[in-house]
Design a protein around this ligand. Structure first.
Ligand code: OAD
Length: 247
């Protein structure tokens, strides 16, 4: 059972039902019920390893095999995971309603596997690779869902140089076209921020932009976050339960 009050749930459900444009930002908490660890919090990935040693261009430069071992381990874990009720409800909303846009920080591909449409992946995909040196043909990402990868680090099929995961690392810029599309989507009637600690920018800024556009802002999270004080309604509880309640 979620701790969200029935009155708050009804208010939010009514707002979502009647809104023409609904934009949803998701983070790692949405995949927690699928058994994928979040980044922050007691059992978070960043409690066990330092982000700087695994998720930066410098880390890859220093030790590409170590970085790939970590991504290969995560890919193996994610491959066996299944979308949960949160992914299913959000995917249905995107399929049933043309005004719903889903923006995710997650690289796991579970929104896609649940059948989500109009999905903007801010931080890339763990299932896609690209050439580390940026050779002409390897600049475009390619899909590789092999787990485990047969050799680490994998190679660019075009120039035989190193391949890297097509995810955004700390210190790197996001794809400007995707940021622009996500920013456009903040001009909405209802904005939900779900299962994210709201500390990584520019994703964490979207809820504030939506608020400035006059959207009703809603947070769904098991804990209080940096965004909690700024939203109109904070629904405390698990995304996979609250989203089922919201329909
Ligand atoms: P975090 O690990 O920072 O935050 C996960 C949030 O989910 C926390 O606020 C938890 O309280 C909440 N949470 C956990 N289980 C939940 C559940 N069942 N239902 C609802 N909420 C739940 O993950 P993100 O905010 O996604 O970046 O992290 C942002 C970025 O930091 C990631 O995309 C990643 C990371 O470094 C890159 O890889 C570039």
């Amino acid at each position: 059972m979620s701790q969200a009050s029935p009155a708050d749930l009804e208010r939010v459900a009514a707002a979502i039902r009647t809104a023409a444009r609904v934009t949803i930002l998701t983070g790692a908490g949405v995949s927690a019920a699928s058994g994928i660890p979040t980044f922050r919090g007691a059992d978070g990935l960043w409690k066990k390893v330092r982000a700087e040693t695994l998720a930066t261009p410098e880390a890859f430069e220093n030790d590409p095999k170590l970085v790939w071992e970590w991504y290969d381990w995560r890919r193996g874990m994610i491959k066996d995971a299944r979308p949960n009720a949160a992914h299913d409800v959000l995917a249905r909303w995107t399929r049933d309603r043309p005004g719903v846009t889903l923006v995710t920080q997650n690289v796991d591909g579970l929104h896609e596997r649940a059948g989500a449409e109009r999905l903007l992946r801010l931080h890339g995909s763990i299932w896609r690779l690209r050439c580390w040196t940026g050779c002409a043909d390897g600049r475009r990402e390619w899909l590789d869902e092999t787990t485990p990868l047969p050799t680490l680090p994998p190679r660019c099929p075009h120039c035989r140089g190193l391949a890297r995961p097509a995810v955004v690392w700390f210190g790197e810029s996001l794809d400007p076209a995707i940021v622009a599309a996500a920013t456009d989507a903040t001009a909405c009637d209802v904005f939900l921020t779900i299962g994210t600690s709201s500390v990584v920018y520019p994703a964490a800024g979207l809820v504030h932009q939506a608020r400035r556009h006059g959207a009703m802002t809603i947070e769904i999270n098991t804990d209080t976050t940096d965004a909690s004080g700024a939203v109109d309604v904070a629904l405390r509880g698990k995304a996979e339960e609250i989203l089922l309640d919201l329909g």
